[in-house]
Design a binder for this molecule. Structure first.
Ligand SMILES: *Cc1c(COP(=O)(O)O)cnc(C)c1O
Length: 406
């Protein structure tokens, strides 16, 4: 490491020290809760065996659902490889809960890019094509417009609350923020089902949104909740009657959660959940370190390093297309897998402009491993997330810092 970077690293580590301590304290309490749930659910090696065919009576699959429910304090949960990704889990939840002539309201303006087709796509079997109405509550000064939402919620059957920012210019919601939003929704309409898109938020705090009024939380296992070990999967957790509706949509109406073999990989789902608080701890340290580092290099970052976080994502405004591509290249070159590859912008399915992604992880597309993605449009903001250990992350981040200094 050259002298200048070494000095910068020392400064950043000193500034981040007190924040790291807070992150460790939250992770300790999350680990405590996770281990308690493993013990209470009597997780045993026989549960990892998997099943074939219909998968009837796959006790490992069913016990994982219960384990997950206990960890996030839900009445019930589906934590499964059969939920293919976060987008699929959210799709199952929305189609599970909503019926023709119902209205869905998005509380945080436009939802994540891949959900736009699910909600309003043409010729793809979207909610709109099944007669589900949709309304969006625009942000107000970058935050949830609580009064506007109060009005919209009155006629909503379900409200989607997205915790993380996606590619939008706003802060992630903290669990406290979500509690306030839930109170407004329930105040306007106690029957509206509150579905939180919890992607990137799991284990960032001690509580999950179910503890502050959400009815369902939904997320991906190749993000936080899979602990960088789960090879695929998603989850839906919350009120038992709603989870049951989702189970019927996940497989077939009437067979629901009883159907669905797990050929293999159950062990990794259990193990990932066990590691998740620790991996999120490292991802948060990576996020705080990165924010501080690039702040010192005079880039606009969000959130700032000392700000309270609702997720593991840091937006870093690079300001220039070429530098953005080089920035992602530096992250890729310092990754364990495909370090020799150069990421290139491409038309990713579900996104409306070219996207570049540095993702040198063990699991395809996993963004709990150190990863950086960016839509190729002004102001050329990179979204950085993940990192299974700060030492590994720092090497990539300092290489990316060189690109910025140049
Ligand atoms: C990643 C993400 C999704 C979609 O998850 P995939 O696993 O990529 O399908 C949805 N919402 C948010 C906020 C996300 O970050």
């Amino acid at each position: 490491m050259d002298e200048k970077l070494k000095q910068l690293d020392g400064e950043v580590m000193r500034l981040c020290e007190p924040i790291f301590k807070e992150i460790e304290a939250v992770a300790d309490r999350n680990r405590e809760r996770v281990l308690d749930a493993f013990i209470e659910n009597r997780v045993g090696a026989a549960m990892f065996a998997g099943s074939t065919g219909y998968g009837y009576g796959d006790s490992g699959r069913d016990a994982l659902d219960r384990l997950f429910a206990d960890i996030v304090l839900a009445e019930d949960a589906l934590c499964r490889a059969q939920l293919l990704s976060g987008t699929h889990a959210l799709t199952v939840a929305l189609f599970g809960v909503l019926r023709p002539n119902d209205t869905l309201v998005s509380a945080m303006a436009e939802p994540y890019d891949t959900l736009k087709g699910v909600i309003g796509g043409e010729g793809v079997g979207s909610l709109a094509e099944f007669g589900v109405g949709y309304k969006e509550c625009p942000l107000r000064d970058g935050r949830c417009d609580l009064n506007g939402l109060f009005e919209l919620a009155k006629t909503a059957s379900a409200v989607l609350v997205q915790r993380s920012r996606g590619y939008a210019e706003r802060q992630a919601l903290t669990v406290e923020d979500i509690g306030e939003i839930c109170a407004f929704i329930k105040g306007a309409n106690p029957r509206a089902v509150i579905i939180v898109d919890n992607c990137y938020g799991e284990f960032v705090e001690e509580r999950e949104p179910l503890s502050v009024g959400a009815d369902l939380i939904v997320g991906s296992l190749i993000k936080n909740a899979g602990g960088a070990v789960a090879p695929c999967g998603g989850y839906i957790a919350g009120k038992a009657n709603l989870v049951e509706l989702c189970a019927n949509r996940m497989t077939a109406p009437g067979t629901g959660r009883e159907l669905g073999c797990v050929l293999s990989g159950l062990r990794e789902l259990y193990e990932g959940l066990y590691f998740a608080p620790s991996v999120v701890e490292q991802a948060l340290k990576t996020a705080v370190y990165a924010a501080c580092l690039f702040e010192r290099l005079s880039l606009a970052v969000s959130p700032r390093y000392g700000e309270k976080r609702g997720d593991i994502v840091t937006a870093i405004t690079i300001g220039d297309e070429k530098r953005l591509i080089d920035f992602c290249g530096a992250i890729q070159q310092n990754s364990p897998v495909d370090s020799f590859a150069a990421p290139e912008p491409w038309d990713m399915p579900g996104y409306d402009c070219k996207v570049i992604m540095a993702a040198g992880g063990f699991t395809n597309g996993s963004s709990i491993e150190l990863s950086c993605d960016a839509p190729l449009r002004a102001p050329y903001t990179a979204y950085l997330q993940g990192g299974v250990h700060l030492t590994y992350s720092k090497r990539a981040l300092l290489a990316a810092a060189k690109v910025v200094i140049k």
